[in-house]
Design a protein around this ligand. Structure first.
Ligand code: MSP
Length: 504
């Protein structure tokens, strides 16, 4: 069986978690849960990026020792994982010993392979992005220098080890050619390719003017550049340097889900480091877009950062999950607005999905003493067969990270089912044709259960509640369990409560 490995970026601990962090983590959570519903195994890693100049500065601004500082902020990210109901299998911190060992081992391999040499760096650096910035990428405003993300640059001049990135230019192009799906979406892939084709310069991979990092094993005056340190987390968590370990063997190479701003690190530097170390490059880099807030770029200085905890308190976790992945195609930028989330919750979750369940199950509770017989006709009911067939389409949407299309397909069927209820009018059939009424209700229930299974990866809590209304326990979230349900003679229905609160 195929084992998949999905990672989120590890988050900088200079700050509180915000919507961007939540978005990446939730996307990987959906993938993990989806494959688990299919009965397939995957490993989900997230964690925190705790070294570097930016974190050292945040700690010193707070007058706290960097280790204490990172301990406390990393904890916020762990708590966020709980609040978002993430199903991660591991949480890695770059200050852990297992990671330090792994980074130093990778460094030694690169040095032994003559891919690292000592020289001097002089140039511009973005502390916010922890990135060296080439001259042709610098923008100048009012006498200050910025990179293309608008981060202010500072001048750095110090002895530094360099990684021979230029040496890997052709190998990278060849790798992209042989793996056309390495970077998704395609538009991003072209961007990366252009950057590599324009000529790669060797990359500075150590710093000497501050201390907060992992020491270069052969020269303790240097600390490892924070991106070489951070990227290595993806294999530290699989027990690297022990490449014979179960986890490494089972899960590497992995799929990295990242925001569009950090593609270059993942799609250029990281595969080059791995190739130089004679390790397999990652399987895929999936880049998502950026959220704005009511049309405005999200930034700490504007004070418009969206706090995921506040969002969940206002709208509910599964409602937020639904909104984020229904509203915007995954690779695109998207705008968060109160009006947009309200419309999705009221129109799609409350009026369409919630209302269907509410009216059908309440009717069964009231008129059939909580009991619905499952007729054999389910197996021939055209809409149900179409819904069963949907599995293949949905699978292709997930494999291509089209979460919005995945949800669109399901909600089309929910709409159809609402129309079917209106047309068949079980409340009228009750008097004229009670057998037909039972058949109609049985058809609807079986369709709701199937669609609920499909929705589980996106809305794990609500869907479990829905299964419980049918007296089906959590194990019935597995897609294959539908057969077992079809073989049941009847289902006992619990009195439903409204599932989604309308937003005023
Ligand atoms: N520490 C690095 C990643 C190292 S991975 C080896 C980092 N951390 S971060 O905390 O700054 O950002 C983490 C993720 O949040 C990135 O994928 C970034 O794209 C994402 N987002 C930050 N702001 C965002 C939005 N406004 N919208 C969507 N995602 C955004 O980079």
């Amino acid at each position: 069986m195929q084992n998949r490995y999905f990672t989120t970026p590890i988050y900088y601990v200079n700050d509180k978690p915000h919507i961007g962090h939540a978005y990446t983590s939730l996307s990987v959570d959906i993938l993990k849960r989806y494959f688990s519903c299919l009965g397939q195994n995957s490993f989900f890693l997230t964690g925190t990026d705790e070294h570097g100049q930016k974190v050292e500065k945040a700690a010193s601004d707070a007058s706290i020792d960097p280790q204490k500082f990172t301990d406390s902020v990393s904890q916020n990210f762990r708590e966020m994982s709980g609040l978002l109901n993430l199903s991660n299998d591991d949480f890695i911190r770059t200050t852990e010993e297992r990671h330090k060992v792994s980074v130093q081992a990778l460094w030694k391999i690169l040095e032994d392979n003559d891919d690292i040499y000592l020289s001097k760096y002089s140039g511009w650096y973005s502390v916010r992005d922890e990135a060296f910035v080439a001259d042709n990428e610098i923008e100048e405003r009012e006498g200050k220098k910025y990179n293309s993300f608008g981060s202010e640059l500072s001048w750095v001049e110090e002895e530094s080890y360099f990684f021979r990135l230029s040496k890997w230019q052709d190998a990278l192009i060849e790798f992209y050619d042989n793996n056309p799906d390495f970077i998704v979406p395609k538009s991003r892939s072209n961007e990366v390719r252009k950057f590599v084709e324009s000529g790669l310069k060797d990359l500075s991979v150590s710093r000497t003017t501050f201390n907060w990092g992992i020491k270069v094993p052969s020269n303790n005056d240097h600390i490892v550049y924070v991106w070489l340190d951070a990227l290595t987390n993806y294999i530290s968590a699989l027990d690297f340097p022990n490449t014979n370990s179960d986890n490494y063997q089972k899960y590497w190479p992995g799929i990295h889900v990242v925001g569009k701003d950090i593609i270059r690190f993942h799609a250029v530097f990281w595969p080059a480091f791995l190739m130089a170390a004679k390790l397999e490059p990652p399987k895929q880099i999936v880049a998502h877009g950026w959220w704005t807030n009511e049309g405005q770029k999200i930034s700490k200085s504007t004070g418009n950062v969206i706090d995921p905890i506040e969002l969940i308190e206002s709208y509910g976790l599964d409602e937020v999950r639904y909104f984020l992945f229904r509203e915007v195609p995954f690779g695109n930028d998207g705008d968060f607005s109160r009006e947009a989330i309200k419309n999705r919750i009221n129109g799609e979750l409350a009026n369409n999905f919630g209302n269907l369940i509410q009216r059908v199950l309440s009717f069964i509770v009231k008129n059939l003493e909580h009991n619905i017989e499952l007729t054999d006709n389910n197996k021939n009911f055209k809409t149900f067969l179409d819904i069963m067939d949907l599995e293949e389409t949905l699978n292709s949407h997930i494999l291509d990270y089209r979460f919005d299309e995945y949800l669109k397909e399901i909600f089309l069927f929910l709409n159809n089912l609402n129309n079917y209820v209106d047309k068949q009018a079980p409340w009228a059939l009750k008097k004229t044709d009670p057998d037909m009424m039972k058949e109609v209700l049985s058809n609807i229930c079986i369709c709701i259960i199937r669609l609920t299974q499909y929705l589980h990866p996106i809305m794990p809590q609500k869907t479990i509640k829905i299964l419980e209304l049918f007296n089906l326990d959590e194990s019935f979230k597995s897609f294959s369990k539908i057969e077992e349900i079809l073989d049941m003679k009847s289902l006992k229905i619990n009195q439903p409560e409204p599932l989604f609160q309308k937003i005023e």
